[in-house]
Design a protein. Structure first.
Length: 637
């Protein structure tokens, strides 16, 4: 969308004018397709690299705008969050050395970025989801101050009813409500583009819809969100729900999400996808364009189709059609958006090589994928890959059900080798990049597996915050070494950067696995819970989940010492609870929380967000954190 004059699209004249421009751009695109005005016979490849920016403690650093000023390079641009950045690599013609050249370009630009970031005390990280990302980091204050982002947020928020729900179940689960589209900034990707001829677009696009599932299964790198173990590629459900404006509706009316795999195969033309999107979604933002596409065509120029491109920028297919212009010639591309950022540059280029190989190999092997697989199976395969990674089962051609690891090793990698060889890719590059895929799949060490195995190994040794910090620090370290993830050693706790206690927030070390009671329940239950679970405090919640009180073990002891047994059993929790406990929000600093404990003379602080209990911290938690810092400072002596 660039820095065009993008503003919030309302229901009045501006929105009508914009949609008229979108329709006129569609008419112009149809005209170009009908009259053979789009470039043919040229295959170009390109990529977009998204980053997280972190400080020396491994925490998100809202430094993108200042960093862009230092870089002063149009290849780098903003993303939604101030802790995100994007690099747009120049396209390359598909040639024998295009893959290694793409890797060289990416390495060179990342080194420039690292150098500029180091001058600010920050560093870039390739991660599908940053392990140290906190829910409070996704506050609206951390949104990049651009009109287009604010317009997108305001419009989607109004359409969704004011909040966005995020509910994901994996080994753990996340269930939260968020008040902005900033959830989207929790995800970063490595987006791959390939230019195709207009008359082959439908076939290539359908092949891409088939290929993306096994490709993603072997490339997952985002299993953690807020420290919870969710899907192997948690970006997929997070991104879909982050900007889901549908809300709740009566009955079962089908309303498509803006982030989606799609509904059906393409029959003949890219126009089907554009027409479907315009028919399914309202405009979120509008842009001003002073160039009529038919006037540009009359001048013998390629029309920019600004309105169509802006509209398409707010509909997020995992494989997205793109219209672009190179060297003054208009063309069509397929943008594959499902791959996560990282784990390393060589992993990303290996994934890219595999994607190109699958497109080419399946295109040659299969006349029409629609005859061998239902669209429902292609879509189901994609979500299975995102949820289970290399443990997924897939329904492949001719209703064959196969473990995705076997499919990759036995069928698709041999096909990929033949395809890249036929395409003229250098032998060294073909062996190197597809060798990375083969080794990664063979030993099961995807980025997600490395993160989960590291976290499991570290779980007896440190707190959740220490583990997540170590994962981030180890990721940065291994990325700088340039080795693919299947060769990475597991993270070590000492790799985590020793922060000062003043850097910590309550949400990073609070207890979230809570046991609570209703105000009408008997105190006898409280006594048993305290004994069973070895806790000294029990929060009291009403039927809506609102915190209404707090009980300590001393409250129970006093009650037991002063009553007969039959009276104790009849006493309701509400009779003895503290109805106005001292609470803190999750973003409270550790220092402020300790100060509150002292001034209020309490030994426990419930952590509350929007009147809902989300955690609890006690004196014991603070003592443990301080003791850990002392151990780090003295080398553990």
């Amino acid at each position: 969308m660039g820095e065009r004059k993008v503003e919030e699209a309302d229901e009045g004249r501006r929105l009508r004018d914009f949609m008229q421009s979108v329709l006129r751009d569609l008419d112009a695109l149809r005209h170009m397709l009908d009259h053979g005005l789009l470039e043919t016979g040229v295959r170009r490849v390109g990529a977009e690299q998204e980053f997280f920016l972190v400080d020396r403690s491994g925490r998100p650093a809202c430094a993108s705008t200042r960093l862009l000023e230092i870089l002063d390079d149009p290849l780098f641009t903003t993303e939604l969050g101030l802790f995100n950045l994007e690099l747009n690599l120049p396209p390359l013609e598909f040639a024998p050395d295009c893959l290694s050249r793409l890797e060289d370009d990416l390495d060179r630009n990342i080194e420039r970025l690292r150098g500029a970031a180091a001058s600010m005390g920050v560093q870039p990280v390739l991660a599908g989801i940053l392990p140290t990302l906190r829910a409070s980091d996704l506050a609206i204050e951390n949104m990049t101050p651009r009109k287009r982002y604010q317009a997108l947020n305001d419009t989607l928020k109004a359409m969704s009813g004011g909040t966005f729900g995020l509910r994901i179940h994996g080994l753990d689960e996340v269930s939260i409500e968020h008040d902005s589209v900033m959830l989207e900034s929790a995800c970063t990707s490595f987006q791959v583009h390939v230019q195709v001829d207009p008359d082959e677009f439908a076939h290539f696009y359908n092949v891409a819809q088939v290929a993306v599932a096994p490709l993603l299964a072997g490339a997952t790198n985002a299993p953690l969100l807020f420290g919870r173990r969710l899907w192997k590629e948690t970006r997929v459900p997070v991104f879909q729900q982050a900007i889901d404006s549908r809300g709740s509706r009566f009955h079962l009316r089908e309303r498509r999400p803006r982030v989606r795999f799609g509904q059906q195969w393409v029959e003949r033309s890219v126009m089907e996808l554009y027409a479907q999107d315009v028919a399914s979604f309202r405009a979120l933002v509008a842009c001003e364009s002073d160039d009529d596409p038919f006037d540009a065509l009359a001048r013998g120029e390629a029309p920019r189709l600004d309105a169509l491109r802006v509209f398409s920028g707010t509909v997020y297919r995992w494989n997205r059609p793109c219209y672009g212009i190179s060297d003054g010639k208009p063309h069509l591309r397929i943008e594959m958006r499902a791959l996560p950022a990282g784990p390393s540059v060589v992993d990303e280029i290996a994934n890219t090589a595999f994607f190109f190989a699958l497109l080419s190999g399946l295109r040659r092997q299969v006349d029409d994928v629609r005859e061998l697989m239902s669209f429902a199976d292609a879509r189901s395969n994609f979500y299975a890959a995102a949820e289970y990674g290399l443990d997924a089962q897939m329904r492949w051609f001719d209703d064959r059900v196969v473990p995705v690891r076997d499919l990759l090793l036995d069928d698709l990698l041999p096909l990929a080798h033949r395809a890249l060889e036929a395409a003229g890719i250098k032998d060294n590059d073909r062996e190197r990049y597809l060798g990375v895929i083969e080794a990664r799949v063979g030993n099961g060490r995807t980025g997600s597996r490395w993160l989960l195995d590291s976290a499991t190994e570290l779980s007896p040794m440190g707190t959740r915050d220490e583990i997540l910090t170590a994962l981030t620090a180890a990721t940065v370290s291994r990325q700088s070494e340039g080795e693919p993830v299947h060769r990475w050693k597991l993270a070590r706790l000492e790799e985590g950067i020793a922060m000062k206690p003043t850097d910590l927030r309550v949400e990073e070390f609070m207890t979230t696995d809570l046991f609570s009671v209703d105000p009408e329940e008997p105190i006898n239950l409280v006594a048993h819970l305290m004994e069973w679970k070895q806790v000294r405090h029990i929060p009291v919640e009403d039927e809506t989940g609102r915190l209404v009180g707090l009980l300590s073990c001393f409250d129970v002891i006093r009650q037991y010492s002063g009553q007969a047994e039959e009276d104790r059993e009849a006493t309701a929790v509400k009779r003895i609870m503290d109805p106005n406990p001292v609470t803190v929000p999750p973003e409270t600093s550790m220092v402020d929380a300790i100060s509150l404990l002292r001034t209020e003379n309490v030994d426990c602080l419930p952590v509350v967000k929007d009147d809902r209990l989300i955690g609890i911290v006690t004196e014991h938690d603070f003592i443990h954190i301080v003791s850990r810092f002392l151990q780090v400072g003295t080398g553990g002596d």
